[in-house]
Design a protein around this ligand. Structure first.
Ligand code: DGT
Ligand code: CA
Ligand code: CA
Length: 573
């Protein structure tokens, strides 16, 4: 997303939150949220739009007043309205809105009655039993708040992979632009494509005179410099993320990359192998006594240990070393292997672009086909489609395919799985579509038995071809719902249904362990973007990362198949 657009959207979101806490007119609040949404999902930089002569008021949901505020922010970097609100409500209070179970009304009470501004203060107040006495609260609510505040604080110490990528890649690019810098690599959990990242570990090889550390600590994103020496530095970015930088000699680069990529468990296992060979492995190299055996590249170290190079996503000591020894490492799926994307939304439900725009963006990402799978009617918050609107959409897709070149658009739906396991649209309607994805978006708290039965029943519907985001978790926000994944995978096998790795940065669902289970049972996985805007196809690479962590190969992934083979599979032919 263009950086200015993100800043403007963030300011409007914050205004909406502050107005909400003040109990302002709901329509006014909605206007700011809609504007944030519109601007946040624009593919083009606002400044570029203005230079091209676009009127801001032509954008959906932007009237004269909001257009003036956008101009003010672009011209001055500030927004007087936001500053005024900050004088009325402390900015930190809006963070309380992020706690599950706390809406604006409750936040207002907590702030006004107990002077709570931060999540830490909220946690303390809940522990001290000061919340239960407030009007509209009580001991049960207090206990819930305590639990959610704790969950929030522990999750917010880690960062979603996509967020880590955004900051990490900016910093890496900045370091690469320094004269005398030879190599830059982000190691750690980021390189292993973990779904969340604690801190970024950056390695640099540079000529001695290159001003690496100086440029690093002066990078515009840095909030605080924790440590800075000639070869190591640590900073905290404005986003709260910590970045460790190490400058290493070229001849140790491979050993350092191996060490700082981890995981710790994988490193320990490698060191044990080294010891068995009377070698010593550390971040400087692999040594026999004083003699350097390897270290310049990762491959040289693995080779000297008698192993092939192991992809970072597998380095968790979950069997990869045994597989490497036996020569049975998987040939992991890559982003370039994806031929299509089978889950995305258009403006018809809760997406932000037309079907044509989404198809064009998919084509620009090198895809041969894409399936439009808007929500079904029961998901009213997302303007789900009923049979009639869906019928019209299918016709629209037909017309689009006649004029679009280079990509085929498939018709589809992300149909709601209702509480009893039946689907939200009749079979006669589902039968007219190219691909039916079934999804749970409601009743997350059913018992394990009922939730599992619900999903199993949906998988038994003959039209369902893919189960969307099978655990329903949202990273840092919502735990997976309680289902028996082994039974779901077996049922998927029996019904020849694929399971989704939803690549949306907040989901990454299936989890890696379930990918491996699916593969072992011979169930196909579909890596889908769940794109709601043309920018969201970026997420596919994180979905591929998740699949790679789950040991998946090209043949295990449904949408690596060319269109003709996919169509055959969809028809169960
Ligand atoms: P994170 O940052 O919590 O998401 O996870 P990592 O894996 O990036 O961990 P981090 O940043 O603490 O350390 C980076 C890598 O450095 C880690 O994956 C392996 C290596 N490392 C760190 N501490 C140790 C250690 O005590 N022993 C060994 N063998 N390796 C370590
Ligand atoms: Ca790290
Ligand atoms: Ca670190």
């Amino acid at each position: 997303m263009p950086l200015v657009n993100a800043s403007v959207a963030a300011i409007f979101e914050e205004i909406a939150d502050l107005l909400d806490i003040q109990g302002a007119n709901p329509f006014r609040i909605r206007a700011y949220r809609n504007a944030a949404q519109t601007i946040g999902t624009l593919g083009t930089d606002l400044r570029t739009l203005l230079e091209r002569g676009t009127e801001l008021t032509d954008l959906p949901g932007i009237g004269d007043d909001l257009a003036a505020k956008v101009r003010e922010i672009l011209d001055t970097g500030k927004c007087r309205m936001l500053e005024k609100l900050h004088r009325q409500v402390p900015p930190a209070v809006t963070e309380l809105l992020r706690i599950p179970g706390l809406g604006p009304k409750r936040v207002r009470t907590l702030w006004q009655e107990l002077d709570l501004n931060t999540v830490e203060q909220l946690l303390r107040a809940a522990k001290d039993g000061r919340i239960r006495g407030l009007h509209g609260f009580g001991p049960r609510t207090e206990a819930k708040i305590l639990a959610s505040a704790q969950g929030y604080l522990s999750a917010s110490k880690r960062h979603k992979l996509s967020v880590a990528a955004r900051y990490g890649e900016q910093i890496a690019a900045c370091l690469r632009s320094i004269a005398g810098v030879v190599q830059v690599e982000i190691a750690g959990s980021f390189r292993r494509m973990r779904e969340t990242v604690g801190d970024l570990d950056v390695l640099v090889v540079a000529r001695p005179d290159a001003p690496v550390m100086d440029r690093f600590v002066k990078h515009e994103g840095v909030r605080e410099v924790v440590a800075s020496g000639p070869t190591r530095g640590t900073v905290i970015l404005r986003s709260g993320m910590q970045v460790d930088l190490r400058v290493v000699p070229e001849e140790s680069f491979g050993a350092a990359l191996l060490y700082f990529t981890g995981s710790k468990a994988h490193n320990i296992a490698l060191r044990r192998i080294a010891r068995e060979k009377d070698l010593k492995l550390n971040e400087y190299g692999l040594f026999r006594g004083r003699e350097t055996v390897a270290g310049k590249s990762e491959g040289s170290v693995y080779k000297a240990l008698g192993l092939p190079w192991i992809p970072p996503e597998l380095r968790e000591d979950h069997g990869e070393i045994e597989a490497a020894r036996a020569g049975t490492l998987p040939r992991l799926v890559t982003l370039a292997d994806l031929k299509g994307d089978l889950h995305m939304h258009s403006r018809a439900s809760d997406g932000h672009a037309s079907i044509g725009e989404m198809a064009q963006a998919a084509r620009e990402h090198g895809l041969e086909y894409c399936a439009v799978t808007d929500h079904s009617r029961r998901l009213t918050v997302a303007h789900g489609l009923d049979s009639e609107r869906l019928r019209k959409q299918v016709a629209e897709i037909g017309r689009l395919n006649e004029r679009m070149e280079g990509i085929t658009v498939l018709s589809g739906i992300e149909v709601e799985i209702l509480e009893d396991g039946t689907l939200d649209l009749p079979d006669s309607v589902l039968a007219t579509l190219d691909v039916v994805i079934a999804a749970v978006h409601s009743k997350f708290d059913l018992s394990r038995k009922r939730q599992t039965e619900r999903v199993l029943k949906a998988l038994g519907n003959p039209h369902v071809r893919i189960l969307a985001h099978p655990t329903g978790r949202l990273i840092g926000e919502r735990e997976p719902y309680d289902v028996d994944m082994q039974r779901i995978i077996r049922k998927a096998k029996a019904e020849r249904v694929a399971l989704e790795v939803n690549a949306h940065p907040q989901r990454l669902d299936l989890l890696d362990v379930h990918c491996r289970m699916a593969k072992e049972e011979g169930v196909l996985v579909a890596i889908n973007s769940d794109a709601h805007s043309s920018l969201d196809f970026e997420g596919l690479r994180f979905g591929v990362g998740q699949a790679r962590r789950g040991w998946l190969e090209k043949k295990d992934v449904l949408n690596t198949r060319p269109l003709a083979a996919l169509k055959t599979w969809l028809r169960r032919a």
